[in-house]
Design a protein around this ligand. Structure first.
Ligand code: NAI
Length: 398
């Protein structure tokens, strides 16, 4: 069958398997071109199937020869109308490429928040992965979490706190700029978002791994946080998601103490730059900021995609000697995004943007291209007129 890109607003409804494969291969190629680095050899990545998690996995496998376990929540082919998600294909094609190089690449598909998933992964580490991990990357972006301790379901929302926020956002499907008002979060919504996207589950993973003696000497862990400039603060940094990230940052201190005591390891927050992902495209108002940011960073030759950003983080910072800390002890590869001259230009663009001029003033074209590429579309060397053999692809398992 022929698979075409299908968008509903800022959500992709289709993914192209061969395009996803080409995208994974091009990220691998990028990492190989940058040369090898000394890094961890046994890595567990939570949220490994797309964007930052996938970029981390590719950087560590192909840059540092790491065996990896990836946990993600993805769907395989349900029917001709409901094909698999991009992350499903990314898992399959990453694994294929890693195994070709003699690396272990194990995928677990399911809910990382459950005790069952933690048990299964730890059992696998003990039985088949050498018994211990050197690094845990926490890169989950989830809409909800069933709290295993209370059985209660919590939904995360991206809303401002204290007062509503008004601004422009972008509908990627319609290529339109529109006015958006985001109502302020209720107290419950704030707590729910912290429950889903804060540090609690991260700590549960570390506790479970520590109890099973599955952390190697010097084991590290990192979680991807976001801080952002003043223009995004009301609906992001100072909003519900920001609260969840601040909670995760506090949790990191606890985890750091635990890792130092037990294995002389460390926990570090990696404040990451704004990039186009499945999760970020649905953040209110954020797409306009991202499009303006890309215009400015691209003009200055420092635009980064997730693979560029994460490889730099692991190679230069976490396992390199160019760590850039802030006063709170967080690593700051996002410092390029936050440079004063960059933000001054971004602000100027955001102040001038209107529904008529946004395509000229911002780099919407790049934002849309990157969004399509996340789902395997708009990728060079893939002929989208070719028939895709679904039956053959059905036999591939992550
Ligand atoms: P994404 O949506 O591309 O990836 C999320 C990953 O989590 C996928 O692998 C998905 O399968 C997995 N996942 C979701 N729910 C799950 C569950 N219940 N069990 C197992 N796996 C599950 O998200 P993205 O943007 O790469 O975000 C990753 C992290 O980076 C998030 O914590 C996000 O807040 C953070 N971050 C993102 C930035 C951005 O601009 N996209 C900026 C700074 C930080």
């Amino acid at each position: 069958m022929i698979i075409e890109a299908k968008l509903s607003g800022n959500v992709a409804r289709a993914a192209h398997p061969l395009g996803c494969q080409a995208d994974v291969m091009s990220q691998i190629q990028y990492v190989k071109e940058q040369g090898k680095f000394e890094g961890p050899k046994k890595v567990l990545i939570l949220g490994a199937s797309s964007s930052y998690g996938l970029a981390s996995r590719i950087s560590l496998a192909f840059g540092a020869q790491a065996d990896t376990i990836g946990v993600s929540f993805e769907r395989g082919i349900a029917s001709e109308d409901k094909l698999a998600t991009a992350g499903w294909w990314n898992n399959i094609f990453f694994k294929e490429a890693a195994e070709k190089e003699g690396l272990i690449a194990k995928n677990f598909i399911g809910d990382a928040f459950t005790n069952e998933m933690k048990d299964q992964v730890i059992q696998y580490i003990k039985d088949e992965f050498g018994g211990k991990i050197d690094l845990l990357v926490y890169s989950l972006a989830a809409p909800r979490r069933n709290d295993p301790q209370t059985g209660e379901m919590h939904a995360s929302v991206i809303k401002p706190i204290g007062e509503k926020v008004k601004g422009y956002s972008i509908n990627i499907e319609k290529e339109e700029l529109f006015e958006q008002t985001v109502e302020q979060a209720s107290d419950k919504e704030i707590l729910d978002t912290i429950n889903v996207m804060g540090g609690e589950d991260w700590k549960l993973w570390i506790d479970a791994l520590a109890e099973a003696d599955a952390l190697s000497e010097g084991c590290k862990t990192t979680l991807y946080s976001y801080f952002g400039p003043d223009v995004t603060k009301p609906f992001y940094g100072d909003g519900t998601l920001g609260q969840a990230k601040r909670h995760a940052e506090e949790t990191s201190k606890e985890i750091n103490r635990l890792l130092q005591d037990k294995v002389q390891g460390e926990s570090v927050i990696c404040v990451s730059k704004a990039v186009t992902t499945k999760a970020s495209a649905v953040i209110p108002i954020f797409p306009v900021y991202a499009c303006a940011l890309y215009k400015v960073m691209r003009n200055k030759g420092i635009h980064e995609t997730p693979i560029m950003h994460k490889l730099r983080f692991f190679k230069d910072m976490l396992y390199g000697n160019q760590r850039e800390y802030d006063q709170l002890g967080r690593l700051r590869p996002d410092s390029w995004e936050l440079r004063e001259e960059i933000q001054a230009e971004v602000k100027e663009i955001m102040n001038k943007v209107t529904p008529d001029n946004f395509k000229e003033l911002t780099d919407f074209a790049l934002f849309k291209k990157e969004f399509l590429q996340l789902n395997g579309f708009d990728i060079e060397d893939v002929d989208y007129r070719d028939d895709v053999d679904i039956e053959k692809l059905k036999s591939l398992q992550p």
